[in-house]
Design a protein around this ligand. Structure first.
Ligand code: ZN
Length: 299
């Protein structure tokens, strides 16, 4: 099974390959049902995600794709570990997980002001490091005054690009394939409906009660510690000079993932908890159930 997907991944070895693959599929599929097109796109993005992944056991991704549960420690202890598990100790030192939700929102809103940008151009703006050609364009169009300009100034180019690709893969940005004048194809990005909703959600009310809004999904990404402006040698010491990214643990990311995957269970638990606290508040003659909620949490 891994072999088959490896073959597919060999054909989509780079992000640019996926653009070529999509342009072919979309050209062939013009008469296809729209839903079928969506499925094709989803499966291509799943492959891209598999290839872009830097820390997750490849066997685990494959097995879980088919609905099974797999413990990555089995891969790590096997005599033929996957390419991630083979170097897991080094990779854990090299990458740190960050909650990048706040930056993602600012980027998505900022992209709305740019007409059909390439990922590479937005990544340059995010880092505040522009090539000569793009510098002129950014000055002229006033893109250097966009709120996300320079926010990612402590990231290297690869990580900034990977963040934008992740926003595409996760459906916050749409990427349309455009034919160039020399028969080449490239992708231009714009916020999706999901992205616009996500970028403009007000989570202050939820934060006050639960630490975060239960309806707002967070964006997590691993950033490497290589070639940073910071002189830190290990992931734990990396400082972001401007981004609002905060270090997160794998547990934070998993909790957030399952909060959405099993949304119904979380909603039912929340309802039960509010019911319980309301009853307690009435018994104690408290004016508001939230007093009980805080009291319970502190206990
Ligand atoms: Zn593995």
């Amino acid at each position: 099974m891994e072999g088959n997907v490896s073959v597919i991944c060999a054909t989509i070895g780079t992000y640019q390959d996926h653009i070529r693959h999509r342009s072919l599929k979309e050209a062939k599929g013009k008469l296809c049902h729209a839903e079928l097109g969506k499925q094709h796109k989803k499966s291509i993005y799943e492959m891209v995600e598999y290839c872009e992944n830097v820390t997750k056991c490849r066997r685990k991704i494959l097995v879980e794709h088919f609905g099974e549960i797999y413990d990555a420690s089995a891969c790590q202890s096997s005599i033929t570990p996957c390419s991630i598990c083979e170097n897991i100790v080094e990779l854990k030192k090299k990458y740190q997980l960050y909650d990048i939700t706040a930056d993602a929102r600012i980027i998505i809103n900022g992209i709305r002001a740019i007409n059909n940008p390439l990922i590479s151009y937005v990544a340059e703006l995010y880092r505040g490091v522009l090539t000569k050609k793009n510098q002129e364009k950014a000055n002229k169009a006033n893109h250097i005054n966009l709120p996300f300009f320079g926010l990612g100034n402590s990231l290297n180019e690869a990580d900034a690009v990977r963040l934008l690709r992740k926003l595409v893969i996760d459906g916050y940005l749409d990427e349309s394939i455009v034919a160039g004048s020399h028969g080449n194809h490239y992708g231009v990005i714009s916020p999706s409906q999901k992205g616009i909703l996500f970028a403009n959600q007000d989570d202050t009310a939820g934060k006050a009660l639960f630490g975060s809004n239960l309806n707002v999904q967070k964006v997590y990404i691993h950033f490497s510690t290589d070639k940073r402006k910071s002189s830190a040698g290990s992931a734990s010491n990396v400082q972001f000079s401007m981004t609002s990214a905060t270090k997160a643990t794998e547990t934070d990311a998993l909790k957030d993932k399952y909060r959405f995957k099993h949304k119904d269970i979380f909603e039912r638990c929340k309802t039960k908890l509010v019911q319980f606290c309301t009853a307690q508040a009435r018994e104690e003659n408290f004016s508001n159930y939230t007093v009980c909620l805080f009291f319970q949490i502190q206990l």
